[in-house]
Unconditional design. Structure first.
Length: 300
């Protein structure tokens, strides 16, 4: 797979009639834990290992810190397309990814962590709230749309509902200009190569659009069901949903049954934190959180 290197290798496993693919970086010794990275809508697994952002690779960093890190193409994306041309709703993705985690862990009994961005963050939280969520020792999420606001909700509905009603397979790709305005911060906070077309972008499968559109209505119930520790980050220049301290406070309140909750505003970044110059700082904070969870595991 493009994006693999000497330390980062292709990953592949067959689960539920679907071949799931991605990238994997293993430590030299016994892993401190297994970290599974879930990209957002409109990208693929290379969001976490972008060719224009090699120094900030989540996989390379995790490997050097002793973690086994797998960045998946979520079901319906790139190497994990499968037989469903419109992709898979997040509930189906969750089951497939749990199966992939079991295959990747191969009975080692490693502490398992999820790091999710945007749609991948919604998916990670749904997995944490599910009946199989006890298998997870910690969740790190960013770009989670807890609130869109009336104007964004109307704009999203106008775009997504006709595609859902028409039974379309894929949502058209955003223009680079639209992607830039929605997902990136101020000039100078990112390398222009990460916005250029032909990178890691991928059309959003229509089967997951309803999960995106209605997530603010559904997330409160999901969050109240999560027991695993959660670290929740919002970019300081978030522009695809509402952000700021008030949303972080709401997230903390909704995660009332989580064993430990930590929240942060990430400066010098827009929505796609891992494609900004602060990506390494954010990734270090994620692994520090996972390291705390390792110290507490299996008690949590």
């Amino acid at each position: 797979m493009e994006g693999a290197s000497e330390a980062v290798e292709p990953f592949e496993t067959d689960v539920g009639g679907l071949t799931m693919r991605g990238l994997r970086a293993r430590p030299s010794g016994a892993p401190r834990g297994l970290v599974v990275a879930l990209h957002g809508g409109g990208y693929d697994c290379r969001y976490w290992h972008h060719p224009g952002q090699a120094e900030a690779s989540l996989l390379e960093l995790g490997r050097t810190l002793g973690f086994d890190v797998i960045a998946l193409d979520r079901p319906g994306y790139r190497g994990s397309k499968g037989p469903a041309p419109a992709g898979y709703p997040l509930s189906a993705q969750a089951e497939l990814i749990f199966d992939a985690i079991e295959a990747a862990d191969a009975g080692r009994g490693s502490p398992v962590f999820l790091i999710g961005h945007s749609m991948g963050a919604i998916l990670a939280l749904m997995m944490g709230a599910s009946g199989r969520g006890a298998a997870l020792q910690g969740l790190d999420v960013s770009g989670t749309p807890l609130r869109f606001g009336a104007e964004r909700t109307q704009a999203m509905a106008a775009t997504m509902q006709p595609l859902i009603a028409a039974g379309a397979d894929l949502m058209p790709l955003m223009t680079p200009e639209h992607r830039r305005s929605m997902f990136f911060g101020a000039d100078g906070t990112f390398d222009p190569r990460v916005v250029a077309p032909g990178g890691t972008e991928h059309p959003v499968p229509v089967a997951e659009l309803a999960d995106a559109l209605y997530c603010p209505e559904r997330l409160p119930t999901v969050l109240s069901s999560i027991e695993a520790p959660v670290q929740w980050t919002i970019a300081e220049e978030e522009n695809s949903s509402e952000g700021g301290d008030s949303v972080l406070a709401e997230a903390r309140a909704l995660l009332r049954n989580s064993r430990r909750v930590r929240t942060a505003l990430q400066p010098f970044s827009g929505h796609n934190i891992s494609l900004h110059h602060v990506a390494r700082a954010y990734h270090l904070r994620a692994f520090a959180f996972f390291e705390e969870c390792v110290a507490a595991w299996p008690a949590g």
